[in-house]
Design a protein around this ligand. Structure first.
Ligand SMILES: Nc1ncnc2c1ncn2[C@@H]1O[C@H](COP(=O)(O)OP(=O)(O)OP(=O)(O)O)[C@@H](O)[C@H]1O
Ligand SMILES: [Mg+2]
Length: 234
């Protein structure tokens, strides 16, 4: 099966400094990929490059097998790639309803009704402004807004950052439901155990290079790697 999104020999960075080196990743329909690594290793930089917010310096980004390296972000979004960015990026002065409707791209299964059935709390807050929501509600809105574009691939950077434990569990549960609905997912999160239990495959970055790519079990079996690259002691 041709991956939805793939990179080959990808390098990217800021100004003259390269952050990412020779990145090979592939995300297929229905898969969950966990993108892992300590602070500053290049996870957000990779996501920004996949979305077209940073230029490709070397190698290629492929969408459905076609070179998309030069496509602007809106063209990648139109091809079915949606994002929940670090910091969420919802419109603070707009209502929940407006945030959702601005993103809507008809022609798929994710209607407003379906998104609200995933997030009953949002349904109760449709008239509230973005900045009057709790952190958890804002993250639900950011996910809901991404789903309104009817994506085939959802990319989440720091999926549960800054949220209370119960709300985190709710977000993870929702991400599973989105996966079960057939949306491929690339997720970054500091909660290593949650990422390992959700992902079909994980990719670990160290200083912008992939040091592990494969099943979560293979990573978990390597205590030295878990300790060095993820800061987890078993
Ligand atoms: N706007 C920028 N300009 C220059 N360098 C940057 C910029 N953003 C990030 N970097 C550098 O790129 C490297 C990778 O950062 P990046 O934010 O991709 O890491 P990360 O894995 O997402 O980290 P975190 O877990 O803290 O979110 C770091 O060395 C960082 O200092
Ligand atoms: Mg980051």
């Amino acid at each position: 099966m041709t991956p939805i999104l793939e990179t080959r020999g990808l390098a990217a960075g800021y100004g003259t400094s390269l952050v990412l080196h020779d990145i090979q990743i592939a995300i297929r329909s229905g898969e969950v990929i966990g993108l892992m690594g300590r602070n500053g290793m290049g996870k957000t930089t990779l996501i920004r490059t996949l979305l077209g917010l940073l230029p490709v310096r070397e190698g290629v980004v492929l969408l459905d097998g076609a070179d998309a390296s030069a496509l602007p972000p809106f063209r990648r979004a139109r091809a079915g790639v949606a994002t929940v960015p670090e910091g969420r990026g919802i419109f603070a002065s707009l209502s929940v309803r407006e945030n959702l409707r601005l993103a809507a791209r008809p022609g798929g299964v994710w209607s407003e009704e379906r998104v609200l059935s995933l997030f009953p709390r949002l349904a109760e807050r449709m008239a509230h402004r973005g900045n009057h929501l709790s952190g958890g509600e804002q993250q639900m809105l950011a996910i809901g807004r991404a789903l309104m574009t009817n994506p085939r691939l959802l990319i989440l950077d720091e999926a549960t950052e800054g949220l209370a434990p119960l709300i985190r569990d709710e977000i993870w549960h929702t991400i599973r439901l989105v996966r079960d609905a057939g949306v491929a997912i690339l997720v970054v999160d500091k909660t290593v155990s949650a990422v390992l239990s959700l992902a079909d495959r994980v990719v670990v970055l160290v200083k912008g290079s992939v040091v592990y790519s494969g099943a979560p079990a293979g990573l978990q079996a390597d205590q030295a790697m878990m300790h060095r690259h993820l800061g987890v002691d078993g």
